[in-house]
Design a protein around this ligand. Structure first.
Ligand SMILES: *Cc1c(COP(=O)(O)O)cnc(C)c1O
Length: 378
């Protein structure tokens, strides 16, 4: 089955009993047993729910793994995966990992003595140097937010294998339509399905796909024990979103390329970060492991004043956290997602006051360009 077909025909489709083409929403918490322990595969909806299971089978198929799991948010998925580890274990993280993940490991899981190192995982040598006797996993994002740094999945998988570490990838930015980390040796793939997979800014959800039966057992054990599961309504919404992932990503890609060529010639725009550009530091690695550049672009408009002017005057770009929606979104990392990082450290990282990040949506790209043009003129 090819990629676009899998989005429609992967997982469990429709309903055998009624012929319904869409999977029903099983709004149910418990299931009748014919005798103790005699049931039709479902006992209680925390453990398993047919609508959620249809979604889990779908994400498993489109990421090419052994099993999928659906959680109440991306952070719930990440928390549950990190609960595979125990006090005294050490995990290596990409240094510019998603802010929520940083907060979770630095301010919550630190209470349980989980040891972490934040490393520039775009540099394989840096990963190797960070490995300790108690290291258990490498956790990577590629591309990252907001500078879209790229980590080599094949190389990292080799390092992980050599040291018997679990290789975890947060694949939210690329989506399974463009990038399938399991094909390059990842063991666990995570998604904030709130973003591109849902795609319509109307559902918060997290998904996990694993590449082995043992990991499937372990993740389901945590899912069932900790119970951060996704409800049937949201599971259904997510399946509805995933059906159009292919057309959305293709159109977003086309819009993004067109918007990039506009940005490249704009006198007020400098330093564009986009993995699909040959000038991007991680470009060569990115094109080896991803089929598209995605819809996230960061660039510098010169100053905080210019960024302010943009935000005040834009009509079609919504100022908002989040990404991957049908509507174009804009954010200013220095004032929003990365505000808690000291200014000097931000400057070192390249997160200047004039850096803006956009998530290109499905509007007519000519309107997006005109909107930017007028907003920068002020
Ligand atoms: C948004 C996001 C998360 C967190 O997901 P939620 O659904 O908001 O809990 C994790 N990783 C990345 C890369 C994200 O963009």
């Amino acid at each position: 089955m090819r990629r676009k077909t899998k989005l429609i025909h992967g997982g469990i489709t429709g309903d055998e009993q009624t012929g319904a083409v869409s999977v029903p929403i099983y709004q149910v918490s418990t299931y009748k047993q014919d005798g103790v322990g005699q049931h039709k595969g479902y006992e209680y909806s925390r453990t398993g729910n047919p609508t959620r299971y249809a979604l889990e089978e779908l994400i498993k198929d489109i990421e090419g793994g052994v099993a999928g799991f659906a959680f109440g948010s991306g952070m719930a998925a990440i928390t549950s995966v990190l609960m595979l580890y125990k006090s005294g274990d050490h995990i290596i993280f990409t240094d510019d990992v998603y802010g929520g993940t940083y907060r979770l490991v630095s301010n919550v899981l630190d209470r349980f003595n989980l040891e972490v190192s934040f490393v520039d995982t775009s540099n394989g040598e840096a990963i190797k140097e960070a490995i300790q006797p108690n290291t258990k996993a490498i956790y990577v994002e590629t591309p990252t937010n907001p500078l879209l740094k790229i980590t080599d999945l094949t190389e990292t998988a080799e390092i992980a294998k050599e040291h018997d570490l679990t290789f975890i990838v947060d694949n939210t930015f690329s989506t399974p339509y463009w990038q399938n980390p399991i094909d390059f040796g990842a063991d666990i793939v995570l998604h904030s399905a709130t973003k591109y997979l849902g795609g319509h800014s109307d559902v918060v959800a997290g998904l996990v796909v694993v590449n082995s039966d043992q990991l499937a057992k372990d993740v389901h054990f945590v899912l069932n024990s900790a119970g951060a599961v996704l409800g049937p309504q949201d599971s259904w919404l997510l399946m509805r979103g995933i059906k159009t992932l292919g057309v959305r990503m293709e159109e977003i890609e086309a819009n993004t390329k067109s918007f990039l060529s506009f940005l490249e010639t704009h006198p007020q725009v400098s330093t564009i970060y986009y993995p699909g550009l040959t000038s991007h530091a991680g470009h060569d690695t990115h094109v080896k492991q991803a089929r598209g550049g995605g819809g996230m672009i960061s660039f510098d408009v010169g100053s905080a004043e210019n960024a302010d002017k943009l935000l005040r005057n834009l009509r079609y770009f919504t100022l908002a956290e989040s990404l991957g929606a049908v509507e174009s979104l804009i954010s200013v990392p220095a004032k929003m997602t990365h505000a808690s990082i000291p200014r000097e450290r931000r400057a070192e990282l390249g997160i200047t006051d004039g850096l803006v990040r956009v998530s290109i949506g499905l509007e007519d790209v000519e309107d997006l360009k005109e909107d930017f043009e007028q907003a920068l003129r002020g």
